[in-house]
Design a protein around this ligand. Structure first.
Ligand SMILES: C[S@@+](CC[C@H](N)C(=O)[O-])C[C@H]1O[C@@H](n2cnc3c(N)ncnc32)[C@H](O)[C@@H]1O
Length: 210
């Protein structure tokens, strides 16, 4: 299983936002919706081997971890509005959650209290990889990517404001490596597409060799 997390530094943890004005009313949940689209949607299907963990740190009842599991997801469409509606339902379900509780909102979507640290502590991920523009080029590490295929890697990305220093220190302390998907600073959702494309290519080559 491949795991991806996007940290929404301002993303509302309250369901009180407008589906008609996501960028202006939700702490940029639109960024997270686009990441959902990139993590799961193929032209004719869903990537079933992905779990996407959205960290929401914004107004309401922070922090929350919203997990979307490709193995069980239903009702996922390409438009941001309907994805935001699924997030809204999960946030409603997550109101008043005690620490340690996990609630399922719609098929394949769960919500719990927690931040990046909690996700990593509970997740058992190996390896942990921070996607960061000024780092090692993913194009030069094919054999490393091949190793990820049999593991449970976690890929960490920031939202439009990036990861903060404390997040970066946490990842460094945990021995996370850093990779870049290209020389320019890109949107998180575009990075996810590029990352999964590189993994797809290596997986195809690996299967052909086997
Ligand atoms: C829109 S960028 C954040 C930009 C942020 N305002 C900054 O200047 O640091 C969103 C996230 O995508 C990832 N990212 C952006 N460009 C990347 C690249 N070329 N390679 C790997 N990750 C990248 C990083 O995780 C970043 O936090």
């Amino acid at each position: 299983m491949k795991h991806i997390t996007v940290v929404g530094n301002l993303a509302f943890t309250s369901p009180q936002f407008s589906l008609d004005d996501l960028p202006g009313s939700s702490g940029r949940i639109d960024v997270l919706c686009r990441s959902v689209n990139s993590a799961f949607l193929l032209s004719h299907g869903i990537r079933r081997d992905i779990q996407l963990h959205l960290i929401l740190r914004g107004k309401g009842d922070p922090p929350k971890i919203l997990t979307l599991d490709g193995g069980h997801l239903k009702h996922l469409n390409p438009d941001e509005r309907s994805t935001a509606a699924l997030i809204k339902i999960a946030l409603k379900e997550g109101l008043g959650l005690d620490s340690g509780d996990i609630r399922r909102s719609t098929p394949g979507i769960t919500i719990r209290r927690g931040d990046l640290y909690d996700l990593i502590e509970e997740g058992g991920f190996d390896p942990i990889i921070y996607l960061q523009e000024a780092s090692r080029d993913i194009r030069g590490i094919e054999s490393e990517i091949e190793e990820w295929l049999d593991k449970d890697p976690l890929f960490v990305l920031g939202d439009h404001t990036g990861l903060n220093r404390a997040d970066e220190k946490l990842l460094d302390d945990l021995g996370a490596s850093r990779i870049s998907v290209g020389p320019r600073v890109l949107h998180a959702d575009h990075c996810i597409i590029l990352l999964l494309n590189e993994i797809d290519r290596v997986a195809l080559k690996f299967r052909e060799k086997a």
